[in-house]
Unconditional design. Structure first.
Length: 137
């Protein structure tokens, strides 16, 4: 009996996956590059691991140590919940900084590459005065 998972099938699946995911990843990188530049930060920072997270926290007007909260995912179960919480409040804050409603922040959480593209290529402008020091969202 012939196996379903032949080498040809696996190669075809890998190629189909690449054709689907590579454009989405490229769109996300380009959109984040544009969002960084709209916020007055260097766009190339999105390409540097860890530094891009630091710059992102600066765009959100968070303290530098805030980026360490994203590394809590190293803690099983509780860490994942913590990172999800931090991601949600940071998405809401990013929407607020660009003058978008909270519903837009929820869109950033669930369909990030689409809503980030809207932020990047839409008419919204970054204004750091929209958030106050010490404000959670």
């Amino acid at each position: 009996m012939e196996s379903f998972f032949t080498m040809d099938t696996l190669i075809a699946f890998a190629m189909a996956s690449l054709m689907f995911f590579v454009p989405i990843i490229l769109i996300a990188i380009i959109a984040m590059w544009r969002v960084f530049t709209k916020a007055g930060q260097p766009g190339w920072a999105i390409l540097i691991p860890f530094y891009n997270l630091y710059v992102y926290t600066q765009i959100l007007k968070r303290p530098g140590w805030w980026m360490l909260l994203y590394f809590a995912s190293a803690i099983p179960v509780i860490g994942y919940i913590g990172v999800l919480f931090v991601s949600v409040i940071d998405s809401l804050r990013l929407a607020k900084l660009f003058g978008k409603p909270s519903a837009f922040g929820v869109g950033l959480v669930f369909l990030g590459f689409i809503f980030m593209s809207i932020l990047a290529f839409g008419g919204s402008e970054y204004d750091e005065s929209r958030v106050l020091e010490g404000e959670l969202v």
